[in-house]
Design a protein around this ligand. Structure first.
Ligand SMILES: Nc1nc2c(ncn2[C@@H]2O[C@H](COP(=O)(O)OP(=O)(O)OP(=O)(O)O)[C@@H](O)[C@H]2O)c(=O)[nH]1
Ligand SMILES: [Mg+2]
Length: 302
């Protein structure tokens, strides 16, 4: 995964480090790098930002005779990437701690996003994670829209031995979430995970439906679920959900199949919210905490 960006970075390091660093040379190489980043689904704003930062730190840099030019260039790239991944992000969210520390149970998590991005599977993955951490949770079947969605969630819930609160298709999604919260409150359950209906980006009704869920149950955490494979499209969705709901963070799914990697690099910058987890497969255990340093480690050329 992430091979494409990695190659762009590698090429940049190689081009620049074979020559003395002059503004013109850095600029030419940066142009190449920017194109590579953009074709790897990094958003144009982010690609610009990375190029600018690298340029600032490299042009005019006085490099001692014994210093390794390659290392200096890598350091400058690493810093620029770190900056875009962490810009304006002050709070790292530790989900397990947050749930444990919440005074009035339950802790309420709402998962939102467009069709087919992995909301339902991610709801199940989170339930699995919480169970493994000794926390109990229930699932709210607030996708009352798509045929088969309730049975799909129930199947996961059966596998995990977690309760689902549901009504019928066509019923009010916010009412289902509300029921689930009440159920959990009455039984001292740690967390409620709300699975919501997918929507096509332009669907105003479904967006209103999620907003209503948010109004009614006031989730502690509103997580945007984005499919890493859909690149810049996913970034537009993230912006739209963020504008409508003020999301608290994102989970990127299908990162296991993502050879480009640009979406992960851009989403925090675009939303100014952290990536909480990444989905790396179809199993319940395939949810990893997103670690900026580890991500950079994977990206950086040797
Ligand atoms: N490889 C891989 N597949 C994933 C991942 N997350 C989800 N999927 C797959 O993506 C498909 C869609 O997942 P769902 O959980 O049904 O997506 P959804 O957002 O609930 O879809 P709708 O309910 O139709 O809006 C399924 O086939 C999942 O197995 C992931 O991290 N990696
Ligand atoms: Mg679903």
């Amino acid at each position: 995964m992430l091979d494409k960006i990695k190659q762009g970075l590698k090429k940049f390091v190689e081009i620049v480090s074979t020559k003395t660093i002059t503004e013109k040379k850095v600029e030419d190489a940066l142009w190449e790098l920017k194109l590579q980043l953009i074709s790897s689904d990094v958003s144009v704003i982010v690609a610009d930002k990375i190029s600018e930062e690298v340029k600032k730190s490299l042009v005019g840099a006085k490099i001692g005779l014994l210093e390794d030019v390659k290392e200096i260039i890598k350091k400058s790239l690493r810093k620029a990437i770190e900056d875009v991944l962490q810009v304006n992000i002050t709070s790292k969210i530790d989900l397990i701690d947050e749930i444990k520390n919440k005074k009035n149970k339950p802790y309420i998590i709402a998962l939102v996003g467009v069709n087919g991005v992995g909301k339902t599977l991610t709801a199940a993955k989170i339930a699995y994670l919480l169970k493994n951490k000794g926390l109990n949770c229930i699932l709210a079947a607030s996708d009352t829209f798509r045929a088969g969605s309730i049975e799909q969630l129930e199947k996961h819930a059966n596998n995990l031995n977690v309760k689902v609160i549901k009504q019928g298709y066509g019923s009010d999604a916010a009412a289902v979430a509300y029921d689930a919260v009440n159920y959990a409150r009455a039984r001292n359950i740690d967390a409620v995970i709300i699975d919501t209906a997918g929507r096509v980006q332009t669907d105003k009704n479904l967006m209103e439906e999620v907003k209503k869920i948010v109004r009614v149950v006031e989730p502690d955490l509103k997580i945007f679920i984005g499919d890493a494979l859909t690149g810049n499209d996913m970034l537009r969705q993230a912006e739209e959900f963020n504008n409508s709901l003020r999301i608290d963070g994102s989970i990127l799914t299908k990162v296991d199949a993502d050879v480009k990697g640009g979406a992960a690099l851009s989403i925090s910058y675009v939303t100014k919210k952290p990536i909480l987890f990444i989905g790396v497969g179809g199993g319940y255990q395939d949810l990893e905490e997103f670690d900026v340093n580890k991500f950079i480690e994977i990206l950086m050329p040797n």
